[in-house]
Design a protein around this ligand. Structure first.
Ligand code: FCB
Length: 459
């Protein structure tokens, strides 16, 4: 049972989130060109269980059925991404009418049902032709992105009210160029990582400029994966490591977008690792800081940090569960099915911190969710959802302007390098038959979304 009624602000957006490559399948339909994820998943050894997105949830063909799921979930918003290579099969030049029309029908059908489309332009499926020309390490890719964004504004701008530019710049560089776990699968390239970061941020700024030039009235913002940081203990080295890692994960993206400068500490760290950051040119920061309308926040877990002196490239590590409660720790925190700690209070800390450090930028929670292996009776996800929504509500009560919440994910889907075993959905998908079944968490979410307030968790 909960105490005082926790009502959300009027007009709060209740959404579910997906991305194109994770659900669509049909990689060659209607003239689509290959993306780096088509290439990567077809490279042996990259994906657990050898999975690919060739079929995924077959959503490109079953999207009408999936709209009914959104209605069952009671949401008034749906966050999805456009596959760039469906619009420009080779990244630029010739655009593909059939791909454009597909998303046009989807947007139309959402609006008919009173569901606000929240559209992400880049959720990682870079056209392979652009990768062949250097991908995000090639500055010209930012111009191709601006062209693609302008085309989308032109085609859908009369109906789409919320645009997200780039999904999770940190993950793109970290997993794409440092760990090699995501496309394009490059390892140990710190310069590549930093170059990629800068270019995706620049691409974000260019898209914002394009929207303003088109006099679009829609809102636009970047979507960042953010993690509140806590030192593992009172050791000054851990406190310094926590601050430094915060520079790498959070401030490296928030500062340029919202303040127009890179954080000095992290800038110096990169310089000491890779020499001059000569890919940052005069005027770039003005472009990156082109005023956005909101910040998209993806929150999954906190980071509890311990110093690892001398470790390269970064002298810190994430540890589990042993931070004092006063520093965000939860001794004995429950775990998700993916082994990450469940610490909803850290979500409140994160949201309050964004407001304290960056001002009253409106916030849209663009992703939050967890892996639980339970199938349809997913009691743990119901609890997770309840606790994280309560955490968002706490932040709103403290004056943080949160405009909406999207749960990751609408349905179980292709979880990148982890394949199909990791289930994040409010809707269960049988990957053999494509049968969809709303989980208990989906029913709970529908009750909350329809009431616009937290409702009790049913036993
Ligand atoms: C985020 C991604 C999303 C999904 C979730 C679990 O990093 O944006 O596509 O994979 O994690």
């Amino acid at each position: 049972m909960i105490g005082a009624v926790k009502t959300f602000p009027e007009g709060f957006l209740w959404g579910a989130a997906t991305s194109a490559y994770q659900i669509e399948g049909s990689p060659e339909a209607d003239g689509k060109g290959p993306s780096i994820w088509d290439t990567f998943t077809h490279t042996p050894g990259t994906i657990a269980d050898g999975g690919t997105g060739d079929v995924a949830c077959d959503h490109y063909r079953r999207w009408r059925e999936d709209l009914r799921l959104l209605e069952e979930l009671g949401v008034n918003a749906y966050r999805f991404s456009i596959a760039w290579p469906r619009i420009f099969p080779t990244g630029g030049g010739h655009s593909e009418r059939r791909g454009i029309d597909h998303y046009s029908r989807l947007v139309e059908a959402l609006l008919e049902r009173g569901i606000e489309p929240l559209v992400t332009l880049y959720h990682w499926d870079l056209p392979q032709a652009l990768q062949d020309a250097g991908g995000w390490l090639n500055r010209d890719t930012t111009e191709r992105f601006a062209e693609y964004a302008a085309t989308c504004f032109d085609c859908y701008g009369d109906r789409v009210g919320w645009w997200g530019t780039i999904n999770e710049p940190w993950i793109i560089g970290l997993l794409g160029y440092l760990h090699g776990l995501h496309a394009p699968g490059v390892k140990h390239d710190v310069r590549g990582e930093a170059t990629c970061f800068h270019h995706v941020l620049l691409a974000h700024g260019r898209a914002v400029q394009e929207l303003r030039a088109a006099e679009g009235r829609a809102r636009i913002g970047i979507v960042c994966s953010l993690a509140p940081h806590y030192p593992a203990g009172d050791d000054p080295a851990d406190i310094a490591a926590s601050r430094a890692s915060d520079g790498y994960v959070n401030r490296w993206f928030l500062d340029p977008v919202l303040k127009g400068s890179y954080p000095q500490d992290m800038w110096e760290r990169y310089e000491s690792l890779i020499g001059a950051l000569d890919f940052v040119r005069d005027g770039d920061l003005v472009t990156i800081a082109a005023p956005s309308d909101y910040l998209g926040v993806n929150y999954y877990a906190r980071r509890v940090m311990r110093a690892v002196p001398g470790q390269r490239p970064f002298p810190w590590e994430v540890v589990h569960g042993d931070a004092p409660r006063t520093q965000g720790g939860t001794e004995g925190a429950p775990m998700t099915g993916a082994g990450t700690e469940i610490t909803p209070h850290a979500f409140t800390d994160l949201l309050v911190r964004i407001r304290d450090d960056y001002g009253d930028v409106p916030i849209l929670i663009t992703e939050n969710g967890a892996v639980f292996p339970d199938e349809v009776h997913d009691t743990r996800r119901v609890q997770f959802l309840h606790d994280h929504l309560a955490a968002v509500h706490d932040a709103i009560e403290q004056g943080v302007p949160v405009r909406g919440y999207c749960h990751w994910s609408l349905m179980d889907n292709f979880e990148w390098a982890l394949g199909y075993a990791q289930r994040f959905g409010l809707v269960h998908v049988d990957h053999e038959t494509q049968a969809r079944t709303v989980k208990d968490s989906g029913r709970h979410y529908a009750r909350v979304a329809r009431a616009n307030e937290l409702v009790g968790v049913e036993e």
